[in-house]
Design a protein around this ligand. Structure first.
Ligand code: ACO
Length: 433
């Protein structure tokens, strides 16, 4: 008998089946042959929240949650954080290899050439209420871009797909900056293709109304934001990436699919956790109150926000990098009492039996909010920053999906638990008034 198989005996019928094992998994469709009779649909798996179901084979991002390892296309995140840029990392994610110098020049120039958005986009964004959340504006405006670029429907045409990738990477920071400026009542600032990707984004946020000179970001802060973008660029099949793939699988254009992914990221369980960390640090107020707070967490009164992860049961490698970056940012922006509280929380929690036995370590969100806040971003912009960076990963995953011959429209099964067939009840027989 071959070794890479699973023998399953159906105790309802006594029949034994052989199912192939490949890559540590079995194919769910192989279970369909397991039936009690000709009328039986066949066995399904039930897996709410995809706790143990792989929906694709992917060559983009590797995570080993027990070891605390994250790699993009095989490259350790630590090396990319130290030596790459977000734009180069986006190329790596989308095309699978690091670019040559010429490829990087061309890639950077093509993205910069697509920074601007149609003037009508500004009119469209003007319609948002003065206190609209920038993430809501981003979701709707990216979706609306689909109406400006109708050629984006040609998703199986490689040059067209390439064009949409340039457009989306180029325009996400512009729409994000416009959303920020709208929420502040500021005039929109045009992008400057002469600046770096992140430099241009910061410039569009900070440009003073009526100023002729471009707003030039502090290089330390520019590098820190670039680093944060690298760390957030992809994280395999998370909630928003799953949304991107699911919508993409219906062959919707990539603007609609990115709008859906951005909407998924908007949720507090996904892109909003660093805001919660900031609230928690403010609630704690001082280093001296940290021990009491930890006691309350252990008593089950609340969770330690920014700790724990569905996949990482070790220190999130991104948190380690961000922790170091926080210090260089605060050297420029001035010290933050919130970072002192965060460091004390981490010190006490990592030595505490509860956190050790539950394998709870700081995750990516534990320090990122502190940095964003020190850089002057309002908390409503935190998920927007995440969305700009994650667009690279979403596009890489979308392209991989479209080129994967095994993929079809995503359509899960269900276990129906509602009423059996019954006859329609006329209104006069339903009771009530
Ligand atoms: N503080 C205290 N206890 C915790 C925490 C925490 N942050 N996280 C998990 N636990 C405990 C749970 O109470 C549970 O304990 P028990 O087994 O004694 O009942 C155990 O650890 C397992 O918790 P689950 O909720 O089952 O773990 P799950 O993998 O479903 O949740 C999650 C992961 C949602 C990230 C969780 O750790 C959490 O809520 N963390 C705080 C929020 C947060 O930081 N989210 C950002 C995640 S990173 C990202 O999305 C980009």
């Amino acid at each position: 008998m071959p070794k890479d198989t699973l023998s399953i005996t159906d105790n309802r019928t006594g029949t034994t089946y052989e199912v192939a094992i490949a890559n540590g998994s079995i194919r769910a469709m192989d279970l369909r042959q397991i039936k009690t009779g000709a009328d039986d649909f066949g066995l399904m798996t039930y897996d709410p929240a995809f706790m143990n179901t792989a929906s694709c084979r992917s060559a983009i991002t590797f995570i080993d949650g027990d070891q605390g390892i994250l790699r993009y296309r095989g490259y350790p995140i630590e090396q990319l954080a130290e030596r790459s840029t977000f734009v180069e990392t986006a190329y790596l994610l989308i095309y699978g290899e690091l670019p040559t110098a010429e490829q990087l020049r061309d890639w950077t120039a093509q993205i910069a050439a697509h920074y601007t958005v149609h003037e009508n986009v500004k009119k469209f964004m003007d319609g948002f209420h003065y206190d609209a959340h920038p993430m809501g504006m981003l979701v709707s405006t990216v979706g609306a871009l689909s109406t400006f670029y109708q050629d984006s429907k040609s998703i199986f045409d490689q040059p067209s797909r390439q064009h949409q990738i340039y457009r989306l990477l180029g325009k996400m920071p512009t729409v994000a900056a416009y959303a920020y400026r709208h929420s502040r009542g500021l005039p929109y600032a045009y992008p400057d293709p002469a600046l770096s990707y992140v430099g241009n984004f910061i410039s569009m946020l900070g440009q003073r109304a009526g100023a002729c000179e471009p707003y030039l970001p502090n290089p330390v802060l520019e590098r820190a934001l670039d680093l944060l973008f690298i760390l957030h660029a992809d994280h395999e099949q998370n909630c928003s990436t799953n949304a991107m793939r699911s919508v993409g699988s219906s062959h919707a254009d990539p603007f609609c699919a990115v709008a859906a992914a951005t909407a998924a990221l908007y949720g507090p369980l996904h892109g909003g956790a660093n805001e919660e960390v900031l609230k928690m640090l403010r609630d704690i107020q001082s280093k001296e109150r940290v021990s009491d707070y930890i006691k309350r967490v252990k008593a089950g009164e609340m969770r330690l926000m920014g700790f724990g992860h569905r996949v990482y049961k070790n220190y999130d490698p991104r948190a380690r990098i961000i922790r170091q970056a926080a210090h260089s940012v605060l050297e420029v922006t001035g010290s933050s009492p919130l970072l002192d509280i965060a460091l004390e929380l981490e010190r006490i929690a990592l030595a505490d039996d509860y956190f050790i036995t539950h394998k709870l370590y700081p995750n990516v969100d534990f320090y990122s909010g502190v940095i964003y806040q020190a850089m002057g971003f309002p908390v409503t912009m935190f998920p927007v920053l995440f969305a700009i960076a994650r667009t690279a990963g979403w596009l890489a995953q979308w392209q991989e999906l479209l080129l994967d011959k095994e993929q079809k429209i995503a359509r899960p099964r269900q276990i129906y638990v509602g009423p059996a067939e019954r006859a329609y009840v006329p209104m006069e027989k339903r009771g009530g008034v």
